[in-house]
Ligand binder design. Sequence first.
Ligand code: PMP
Ligand code: GLU
Length: 394
Amino acid sequence: MVSRMVGGITPSATCELEGLIGSMKRKGIDVVALNIGEPDFKTPEAICTACKDALDARKTTYVATAGIPELRQAICHKLLRDNGLTYASEQICVSTGAKQALFNAVMAVTNPGDEVIIPTPGWVSYVEMVKLVGGIPVCVPCKSDYQLDINAIRTAVTEKTAAIIINSPNNPTGAVYGPDSLQAIADLAVEKDFYVIADEIYEKLLYGDCRHVSIASLSPEIYQRTIVINGMSKAYRMTGWRIGYSAAPADIAKGISDLQGHITSNSTTFVQWSAIEALENGEAGVQEMVAQFVQRRDYAYERAVSLPHVTCNKPDGAFYLMPDVSWYYGKRSSDQVICDSFAMSEYLLQNYHVAVVPGGAFMAPEAIRIAYTNSLSEIQRGFDRIEEALYALQ
Ligand code: PMP
Ligand code: GLU
């Protein structure tokens, strides 16, 4: 029998759904996939070449747990160039995806019984990570525009608060937090002495005039209380390469590296060499991809707000939309009642072969999450199906 801890996990809805859709597609079902948060663009050639070169040079051994010095140096350079943050290599730990970097961070600052504040809607894995380290997730709803509710967060802080996890640009809402909100969180963290785990994985996916600000850059005091999380998956289309990193105050960084030394050791050695290429020369490719995402966001948003009885905030970043479909809860199609976001997603997938993620998985029970990580024509086909499905509900 599995342990109580593992038995208590809610599986990752995003990962589970991806497996299900894969098996539907293998059976020949024409599923329009608007579910997974993964750019459909291919990994750039130069990054693949750097990986092949590393393999040819047999960069295939174990290396330092926290990563090869050349990559940690490139990460320090990136953090200075893009975020105005000064780190030494010893403060960086390269991990197997931002997912592992996040888990390491949560574990490094949370004692059993400590509370970790998670603004909601929030990414599926935060709550489970906190539970897995024996912490208590404290979910604090955002405002109706999906911006942080600073007063509610302040009220949620207790003596047991160890950290808050913030994620801007946000998965699943696409919200981007402005400097004032970040400053308010920074002031609170310094005043009440807790850590900020800043998940900046969507940093480069910004639309319009929005600018990314790393909370760690706001003052020396908040720098000392922030663990910055980032990675290659989203910006450099390297989802399957599994490489991410953390930047933290020296004592936390050492703890993270010590922890990782017992779990995965270093992340894949030859992939680390290609990450250097991505960080140093990948910017043009990122900008080309963002230009495409702007078009997709605009199209998807227009389609979402044109759906009958559906409302939707316009996202400023990442590649997700969160239309509120709750007007349809309680409606039915033949003998099927759409009672919540899970039933809605199931109905869309099974009856109309369009895959979206239930908002309930992100603590947004009113919504479904649509990822515009597919071509414009697929997004169009997906929305045609969603429209037809909603019209069929009575
Ligand atoms: N944070 C957020 C908000 C995400 O959406 C994801 C999705 N992959 C991750 C972290 C993990 O990214 P990675 O692929 O680098 O593990
Ligand atoms: N983060 C992506 C998503 O939300 C990929 C899956 C995952 O890691 O959860 O779809």
